[in-house]
Design a protein around this ligand. Structure first.
Ligand code: ADP
Length: 346
């Protein structure tokens, strides 16, 4: 890949199978996948084309190999990369990303294993085969809930102060744990611990983890033989349920929680809407990243120095048609976004 060249955000769509309950309730599938055209057709009418389409029989391994494995290679070459899972609650974001703590630390590649554990296994395997570079891997895991940032790797679910850097308005989380990990086992146990903290935190608040955004980051630092360092990051993001946006719009600002959670998704939608037009991209200074903690965090992933893949997760049931079409429209716009990845040498 040529460094500094514009690179479109790649978008995948993945449908989960109908659940037993949906089948029992008489729901029918409203999606048809046309594999050779990379298309999904909704209710026999509206067709959407994506970079990758995964029907309800696609395995976790296939999703990883097609959408993520090349990003891991690029991260080890010194580029930043991001994988974002978007979709309504219950559409398969957790399953796809592998942020369910029951399964997150399994070392063997069972089919249930999602993207994050697979990426960790892959990274450590590949590092072993890189004789020239000394590699340091660190992990951080945060949750954005109500516009606040929580560190999921500290012993208790802790709110962190966010510092905004003046020069580029990017976010620095003060005191955030970046745990050095020297084996895949330790990395997987961090993932499990963070997922558990997230679930317990949500239970304590009588909420649901689908109301927060979870960002698992693998930081890779390579000391090269010529004395240079390469620093790169892989952000793996499980976004809050997209139906929250609709709820906020219909409920106005009655609930602080609703508003703040959705603020992130609304702001992300606004940024995507601007970035997906040629004119919008030229107005870099006016892109409203600052409107939410999520968009500040993802600024590089959606516009700057990152290779990015968005996975739009959808529910196949006809009863969810409206949300599904919303998700597909959102994801379709994201295909017009371009980033400019460069190797981070220092
Ligand atoms: P979300 O994170 O979007 O709220 P989940 O990942 O929790 O949704 O998925 C909802 C349910 O569907 C879970 O029981 C999950 O195991 C199941 N599921 C999701 N995607 C798939 C899939 N591709 N294959 C089989 N089961 C799936």
């Amino acid at each position: 890949m040529a460094e500094g060249k514009e690179c479109p955000v790649k978008v995948a769509v993945r449908s989960r199978p109908l659940s037993v309950k949906e089948e029992h309730d008489g729901a029918t599938r409203c999606l048809e996948f046309i594999e050779d055209k990379s298309q999904v057709v909704v209710a026999l009418e509206k067709g959407f084309t994506f970079d990758y389409t995964f029907d309800d029989e696609t395995t976790q391994e296939t999703v990883y190999k097609k959408c993520v494995a090349h990003l891991v290679d690029m991260v080890l070459q010194g580029y930043n990369a991001t994988v974002l899972a978007y979709g309504q609650t219950g559409s398969g974001k957790t399953y796809t990303m592998g942020t369910d703590y029951h399964y997150s630390n399994q070392l063997t590649e069972t089919d249930i294993q999602g993207i994050i554990p697979r990426a960790l296994i892959d990274i450590f395997k590949k590092i072993k085969d890189m004789p020239d570079a000394e590699c340091l891997v660190k992990i951080s895991f945060i949750e954005i809930y109500n516009e606040e940032v929580y560190d999921l790797l500290s012993t208790v679910r802790q709110r962190k102060s966010v510092h905004i850097q003046k020069q580029n308005s990017s976010v620095v989380v003060l005191g955030l744990e970046e745990l050095k990990v020297n084996s895949v086992e330790v990395a997987l146990s961090c993932l499990k611990k963070g997922c558990e903290t997230r679930t317990k935190g949500a239970t304590a608040l009588n909420a649901n983890s689908s109301r927060s955004h979870a960002i698992f980051t693998v930081h890779v630092e390579q000391l090269l033989v010529d004395g240079y360092k390469k620093k790169s990051k892989l952000h793996l993001v499980d976004l809050a349920g997209s139906e929250m946006v609709r709820k906020t719009k219909s409920e106005g600002d009655r609930f602080k929680e609703g508003v703040n959670i959705n603020l992130g998704l609304l702001a992300l939608g606004n940024v995507i809407n601007i970035l997906c037009t040629e004119g919008g991209r030229k107005q870099q200074n006016y892109i409203p990243y600052r409107n939410s903690t999520l968009t500040r965090f993802l600024k590089d992933s959606i516009c700057g120095n990152s290779l990015t893949v968005m996975i739009a997760c959808i529910n196949p049931a006809d009863s969810n048609l409206v949300e599904t079409v919303d998700t597909l429209r959102y994801a379709n716009r994201a295909r017009n976004i371009k980033t400019k990845p460069v190797i981070n040498r220092c």
